[in-house]
Design a protein around this ligand. Sequence first.
Ligand SMILES: [Zn+2]
Length: 111
Amino acid sequence: MTKKDSFYDLNEADVDPQRIKREREKARKLRKSQWWLSQVNAGICYYCQQKFSPSQLTLDHVVPLARGGRSQPGNVVPSCKSCNREKSLDTPVDQILKKLKLSSSSENGSE
Ligand SMILES: [Zn+2]
């Protein structure tokens, strides 16, 4: 038995430098795959849904590697450079929470 199902546990294994190195290596290979080429050729940024030329799209992890994300279809999406920069280490959940915070603070704000 070499299969490790317990690998999905989210704990210190997520920030294991060896794991991140391995996932980065996988991302590098994924970038050369037919699957990825078809993603960037479609030219749609996953986040803003705008159209870009393939060279403007970067490979982005929806859940960052440092948060336990993996380099595989489903977690790897094409992103334009400005979305990629804005996102940094936030997960989608973080972004939703931020938006909620912003909207509730502007409701209670005294402008
Ligand atoms: Zn974008």
